[in-house]
Design a protein around this ligand. Structure first.
Ligand code: TRP
Ligand code: SF4
Length: 398
């Protein structure tokens, strides 16, 4: 397992807005400095629901990648790639489909939810049922330790772990596993004895700290190849070889980026500010926002709690400005347009560097393609290694 590796993805289904920025991408930009990050354009996933509107997908891909780069995702630090261009995603998805019970997929809460929500579409398809399994393949093909996701995606990570466990149970039990594991312990050298002791403490006394210490010992030992390390990870817990490690969800604090009408910002509510909205349009959109309906006239006092503009102040304003809004609104001391001005300025200020970063990519679209193709290549090298192991484990090593 690559504990420090992160895999995350986004579906290219239209232009990105500030909800994506505050909810996901800002977090990526921070993670890329500390982790080995793989950021994926989930185009197969887009097809599961948009199979009848494919034209929008390609356009969205390049726009979306420019938005990532504009936000500060750095191709020097993170790997940016397109899912369908790395064929091992589809290959692992198929392999995993052999061992995934239908009931597991039917029970994933997003399955019925999305079917109901997108009821104008026929989603009674094989591909849509497999959506979370494809996501599991995305994660497992990189053996990613961490997956940054929002609350709604947690069941998909749970499924990923269950599928990995089942796979390891089915295929990690090599006929001569014990012997291979014992030989691998010898390869650790001096610490091998300590490893055996920790293992015994864990297996006999259920000592969780011993388990953690043994895992650390494995991670730190230089003499082990991947295969032996995976054997010992399994041996430690009296299981077979861990071919596909169980990833953890890295929960991003639920960002409730409010839209222009006070609902969550979302394309389907038509209440968005896009990531590279011009300052004129930002100003126009925010000036047109509804406010506390009690403020019919300038002299009527209002209540920020009943006003969507206040929610934007909560995201963008410091304490001083917020005090100014509260006092001014409840006493009718300020007008609503006046109140909106600091928000307009803050959004424009936030977007300024995005425009600047986007400029060179807009001027030279080939630059974006090069970044993505390089990312695909790098991703494929990793994915290929995993598929080699998966094929061997499943008896397809010929
Ligand atoms: N399902 C995710 C979403 O709708 C997108 C996605 C696809 C993803 N594959 C992934 C996210 C792998 C994390 C990891 O947001
Ligand atoms: Fe909303 Fe500000 Fe107007 Fe109060 S003053 S109603 S918070 S826009």
């Amino acid at each position: 397992m690559f504990a420090n590796r992160i895999l995350s993805g986004m579906r290219p289904t239209g232009s990105l807005h500030l909800g994506h920025y505050h909810g996901v991408i800002k977090n990526w930009v921070e993670l890329q400095t500390r982790h080995d990050c793989y950021f994926m354009v989930a185009d197969w996933h887009a097809l599961t629901t948009n199979y009848d509107e494919v034209a929008i997908i390609e356009k969205s891909i390049w726009e979306m990648v420019i938005d990532w780069l504009a936000s500060g995702v750095d191709p020097e630090q993170a790997t940016i790639f397109i899912q369908s261009k790395v064929p091992q995603h589809a290959e692992l998805h198929l392999a995993l489909s052999m061992v995934t019970p239908l009931g597991w997929l039917e029970r994933v809460p997003t399955y019925k939810d999305q079917m109901d929500k997108l009821n104008h579409k026929d989603l009674a398809t094989y591909g849509f049922l497999g959506y979370p399994l494809l996501q599991a393949a995305d994660i497992l093909v990189y053996k990613a330790g961490l997956v940054p996701v929002g609350e709604d995606q947690v069941p998909h990570i749970e499924l990923t772990r269950e599928v990995a466990r089942r796979f390891n149970n089915l295929y990690g039990r090599e006929p001569n596993f014990e012997e291979l594991a014992k030989a691998a312990v010898k390869k650790i050298g001096k610490a091998g004895k300590q490893f055996e002791q920790l293992r015994t403490r864990y297996l006999q006394d259920g000592d969780g700290e011993a388990l953690l210490a043994a895992r650390e010992l494995l991670a730190a030992s230089q003499n082990l190849g991947n295969s032996d390390r995976e054997r010992l990870q399994g041996y430690l817990e009296n299981k077979g070889k861990i071919i596909l490690p169980e990833s953890e969800a890295l929960l991003t604090a639920a960002s409730k980026m409010p839209g222009l009408d006070g609902n969550k910002m979302s394309k389907s509510y038509k209440n968005t500010i896009t990531m590279r909205e011009t300052p004129e349009d930002v100003s126009k959109k925010i000036r047109a926002m509804p406010t506390d309906p009690a403020r019919v006239r300038r002299t009527d006092a209002g209540n920020p709690d009943k006003c969507p503009v206040w929610q934007l102040h909560e995201v963008y304003s410091g304490d001083d400005t917020k005090e100014w809004v509260k006092a001014g609104c409840t006493s009718a001391g300020i007008g609503c347009l006046e109140c909106k001005q600091p928000v307009i300025e803050a959004v424009v200020r936030e977007q300024q560097p995005m425009f600047e970063r986007a400029e060179k990519y807009l001027a030279n679209p080939n630059l974006v393609k090069e970044i993505v193709f390089e990312g695909c290549h790098k991703a494929e090298l990793v994915a290929r290694e995993t598929m080699k192991e998966v094929r061997e484990a499943m008896g397809l090593g010929y």
